[in-house]
Design a protein around this ligand. Structure first.
Ligand SMILES: C[S@@+](CC[C@H](N)C(=O)[O-])C[C@H]1O[C@@H](n2cnc3c(N)ncnc32)[C@H](O)[C@@H]1O
Length: 263
């Protein structure tokens, strides 16, 4: 590539800014080299690299909140067919432009979707990335239930989390007259609600502690297989612990997603 072409690439990237993902394009152009979180999200990807199968040929993947597509491109480079969704057209424009730079357009389908739009499809995905989105949801368990219902093999869940404190495990079987003080235990599964802003962002609604995140995932019918640290959990469908939304509580999910529920 000539210097002139490289300058052209850089000015196209600048025109699509601001960028949240620092992509390293094939010609060496970086989209957010001065990112406040470092070489983001490559710094996070380093902890995932060995956990995601190196060969994803034949896998169908879903990247929720794909942003500029960093993770989408990593999965596509490994051979996956990826559906990449995001609510924000600004980020989808970046991702679609970058897909052309990587020559990966054939493997990726971008959709301007809310996570809740998953209620309108029966598609199943071998691998789902649910990273950096959970805490942005006003209806987090609805989002998680929809995700879990679309999963075939492996989920990467990443959220802002409240750190510390061993999980409080004896959460079952309290009676209505029992003292609820135990729920103040720091390890009790929790979601902290953000009424106004967190990190200057009014779209940050809920921050789980680790026990809370793991309990929610289990409640959605998933097995937490690995806590990678760095707020990342690796999960798989748990056939021995099916979600209540597939059994006695199916009507609530159907009603919440505008589908007929009365038998
Ligand atoms: C913090 S960024 C995380 C981006 C990427 N997944 C990552 O981990 O680096 C959150 C992304 O989720 C998108 N998003 C927020 N709410 C969403 C929703 N309800 N459905 C789909 N995408 C959403 C935002 O537009 C943004 O691109």
């Amino acid at each position: 590539m000539t210097q002139r072409q490289s300058r052209q690439r850089q000015s196209e990237a600048d025109a699509l800014g601001p960028w949240f993902h620092n992509l390293h394009l094939p010609d060496g152009t970086q989209t957010a080299p001065d990112h406040p979180l470092g070489d983001f999200p490559r710094v996070k990807w380093q902890h995932l690299v060995a956990v995601i199968p190196a060969d994803l040929r034949g896998w169908r993947a879903l990247d929720i909140g794909c942003n500029a597509g960093f993770y989408t491109f990593e999965l596509a480079k490994r051979g996956a067919q990826v559906v990449a969704i995001d609510v924000d057209q600004h980020y989808l424009d970046q991702a679609q432009w970058a897909a052309r730079q990587y020559n990966l357009e054939q493997q990726i389908e971008f959709r301007r979707w809310q996570i809740y739009d998953l209620a309108r499809t029966d598609e199943q995905f071998d691998l789902i990335l649910f990273m950096g989105v959970f805490y942005h949801l006003r209806y987090p368990l609805l989002g998680l239930d929809l995700v879990a219902q679309r999963l075939r093999r492996m989920l990467v869940f990443q959220s802002l989390m409240i750190k510390g404190h061993a999980p409080y495990t004896a959460t079952d079987g309290l009676g209505i007259q029992d003292d609820r003080e135990v729920m103040n235990d720091p390890g009790w599964p929790k979601l902290a609600f953000i009424e106004h802003t967190f990190a200057n962002d009014p779209t940050n609604w809920w921050v789980p502690n680790t026990a809370g995140a793991e309990a929610l995932l289990r409640s959605a019918g998933l097995r937490v297989e690995q806590n990678l640290g760095y707020e990342m959990l690796i999960c798989a469908p748990d056939p021995d612990n099916r979600s209540c939304v597939t059994t006695w509580n199916r009507a609530e999910l159907l009603a919440a997603t505008g589908r007929p529920w009365q038998v």
